[in-house]
Design a protein around this ligand. Structure first.
Ligand SMILES: Cc1cc2nc3c(=O)[nH]c(=O)nc-3n(C[C@H](O)[C@H](O)[C@H](O)COP(=O)(O)OP(=O)(O)OC[C@H]3O[C@@H](n4cnc5c(N)ncnc54)[C@H](O)[C@@H]3O)c2cc1C
Length: 301
């Protein structure tokens, strides 16, 4: 073993004496969280915040690649670990963004943290949206509430490689105007001709001049090329059945409808069984499933 490989080195070595590269290091032990620094904090709503993280180790930072829809296990030292979807696009390298809702002990502690503080991150894990299959096709993206967190990764990826995709339609529904996340980004896109954007709220107030109604409401006006369209959705469980129904009314093939699920999970790598649904593990077989797979997931549709 080379003299530089001490017990505290974070760069493990192969038996051959060659240092592992970043990707090998991450795969060598999927349970090992890698230190990352909080580099930006943006409050989105009263309960949701966007955190930007950068891995401290250069090799890990360069080796980290994800697919839209994948998640990481985020650990706060002395508090615990939680699965969180990656909200930034894979086209943006060197950092990842996580959009986190304050829900309980773990997320509350995260919301108290400051820029510069260190967390642990392992991953990315799971199966994301089929980005490569979507290229060359129209895409209809439907998000409800916090469902925008994983879908934003896909939306921003499509934005950055816009010419690879056909018509792009985004429907994003929130309960009320104060819960709309990434409002500035969507306000900018509202004026672009290459995105059809529908923002809806269940209950409007004086600040809202957009659509009012459930996330299914804009479907009435949609012109869909059914043979050429992929559907992607993420939101509260109650939304799935109704959105899928609308997609089917537009004759989008079930084979091309993909949805992301959240299940309580621990290990993230298909070992502990916490997220097992029937014969599937949400952490490795999902969290993104196509319609046929999702149909077998209890209580999902
Ligand atoms: C694949 C995956 C991706 C996720 N992505 C995000 C994300 O991008 N942003 C985000 O804010 N949260 C996300 N979550 C949920 C997040 O993991 C939980 O909110 C977090 O673990 C709650 O921890 P806590 O200690 O703060 O709250 P707890 O006290 O543990 O729980 C508070 C409340 O949240 C509910 N809850 C806890 N865990 C989950 C869960 N896994 N799914 C649904 N509800 C849960 C509890 O039932 C309880 O009602 C994701 C979960 C999964 C499985």
């Amino acid at each position: 073993m080379p003299a530089s490989a001490t017990a505290v080195s974070i760069h493990p070595f192969r038996e051959s004496g060659r240092a592992l590269n970043g990707a090998e290091m991450m795969h060598a032990n999927p349970y090992r969280p890698w230190p990352a620094r909080i580099t930006s904090i943006t409050e989105l709503t009263a309960t949701e915040t966007l955190f930007e993280f950068r891995f401290i180790d250069d090799c890990i930072r360069e080796a980290f690649h994800h697919e839209p829809g994948q998640f990481v296990e985020l650990s706060l030292f002395g508090v615990g670990e939680a699965p969180i979807s990656i909200s930034s696009s894979p086209t943006k390298e060197g950092f990842i963004e996580l959009c986190v809702r304050r829900a309980g002990r773990f997320t509350e502690r995260l919301h108290q943290m400051q820029c510069g503080e260190i967390v642990g991150i392992r991953g990315p894990f799971g199966r994301g949206f089929p980005l490569e299959a979507m290229r060359g096709h129209d895409v209809l993206l439907v998000a409800g509430g916090l469902g925008i967190a994983p879908l934003r990764s896909l939306i921003n990826n499509i934005h950055d490689e816009r010419s690879d995709f056909g018509k792009v339609t985004i429907i994003y529904g929130s309960r009320n105007p104060s819960e709309v996340m990434f409002r500035h980004q969507f306000e900018m896109w509202r004026h672009r001709k290459d995105f059809d954007l529908y923002l809806t709220v269940d209950h409007a107030d004086d600040s809202w001049d957009g659509e009012v109604g459930l996330v299914t409401r804009p479907f009435a006006n949609l012109q869909i090329d059914a043979d050429n369209t992929f559907g992607a959705l993420c939101g509260p469980p109650v939304m799935y059945r109704f959105v899928v129904e609308e997609m089917r009314k537009k004759h989008i093939s079930y084979d091309r409808i993909y949805m992301s699920f959240e299940r309580h999970m621990k290990c993230g790598v298909g070992k502990c069984g916490h997220c097992q649904i029937g014969h599937q593990y949400c952490c490795i077989d999902g969290p993104v499933f196509n319609y046929w797979e999702a149909k077998n997931i209890q209580e999902s549709m």
